[in-house]
Design a protein around this ligand. Structure first.
Ligand code: ATP
Ligand code: ZN
Length: 304
């Protein structure tokens, strides 16, 4: 890394994201929704934001926890699995140097034990004396220790799923989201051992007041975008007598706005923010209690 760009400025936040991979697009989309304007060039390690005191560092995801612990950057977006492996489950690392600020709502996956389809697997004890291939030796060894199972961990940097067919392992411990990769390699997922999604992490070191302020502003924007993406604005007309029932049906509803329709008091218009996903089942339940003209709208920003 170029030394000049690795010097941490005291007046601009530096945030590391994955340069190229599963988390890159979603991280960049989030910054765009937060109103951050980057003139992004992937061949540049540090990319300045034009309208906010923040710079983006584009790196390999595995290096992000280390960069934060070492004070190369203040913040990062990375899979919780990587933070757990590189910091929290690693006895040689200072786990207090990095803090998880919030979950990001994307990059969901799980680290799971998987075995060849033909293996009759009853429980973790069946792995006693086997060889397990993984890129997550720290998380796996902690898990096996707690389960009191002795197995040989075969550490591989990638393509872990082919290890059993190469006869270098009997089982694997790898990231799974849909399970498609496992199935196409003749493996079955048997035990999830760590649930993960992308997280925003920060250095535990104290920021200057200037950086503290920038971080608070950034976090407010991120929170606003994430809350909004999980929420919907619902409008409907309904019989006045159904209001109590409707309050129970709408997921995570905050205090709704209620307006009378006409003058006889029989019908009302209800406008509300639902803080959780609105499923078709919810709409059907609303119709069943007499709601009509139901509109479910996306929300762009929510600032509390
Ligand atoms: P890099 O070149 O940055 O080291 P990588 O190959 O290690 O990239 P990716 O495969 O892009 O990383 O995965 C990045 C993160 O995406 C993972 O650490 C994990 O948190 C998340 N993820 C979500 N679903 C999956 C999946 N099915 N397989 C692997 N990772 C997943
Ligand atoms: Zn990686």
């Amino acid at each position: 890394m170029n030394l000049e760009s690795s010097k941490l400025p005291s007046h601009r936040l530096r945030l590391a994201i994955q340069k190229s991979g599963r988390l890159t697009e979603k991280s960049l989309a989030l910054f765009l929704q937060c109103g951050l304007d980057f003139d992004l060039r992937k061949d540049r390690l540090v990319n300045e934001c034009k309208n906010f005191p923040i710079d983006l560092m584009l790196v390999r995801d595995d290096d992000i926890p280390e960069y934060i612990s070492d004070g190369v950057c203040h913040l990062g977006i990375v899979g919780e699995n990587v933070v757990e492996e590189k910091c929290f489950s690693n006895p040689h690392k200072n786990r207090d140097s990095i803090l998880i600020v919030r979950k990001m709502g994307f990059g969901s996956c799980r680290l799971s034990l998987a075995v060849p389809d033909k293996m009759n697997f009853q429980g973790v004890k069946d792995l006693e004396g086997t060889r397990i291939a993984t890129s997550y030796p720290m998380i796996l060894s902690q898990y096996l220790k707690q389960a009191r199972v002795e197995a040989k961990i075969v550490e591989l940097a990638g393509s872990v799923e082919i290890a059993p067919s190469l006869k270098i392992a009997d089982a694997i411990c790898d990231l799974v989201s849909t399970g498609g990769t496992l199935r196409s390699n003749g493996m079955k997922e048997v035990l999830p051992i760590f649930k993960s999604q992308a997280v925003l992490v920060r250095s535990a070191a104290t920021f200057t007041p200037e950086l503290d302020l920038a971080f608070a502003r950034l976090l407010q924007r991120i929170n606003g975008v994430i809350h909004a993406s999980e929420s919907k604005y619902i409008m409907m007309n309904a019989p006045t007598v159904a209001l109590k029932e409707i309050r129970k049906i709408i997921p995570g509803m905050e205090e709704p706005s209620i307006m009378p329709l006409g003058t006889n008091g029989e019908r009302i218009a209800i406008h509300a923010v639902a803080r959780e996903t609105v499923f078709w089942e919810t709409i059907e339940q609303l119709k069943a209690v007499g709601a009509t003209s139901i509109l479910v709208l996306p929300i762009e920003k929510i600032i509390a």
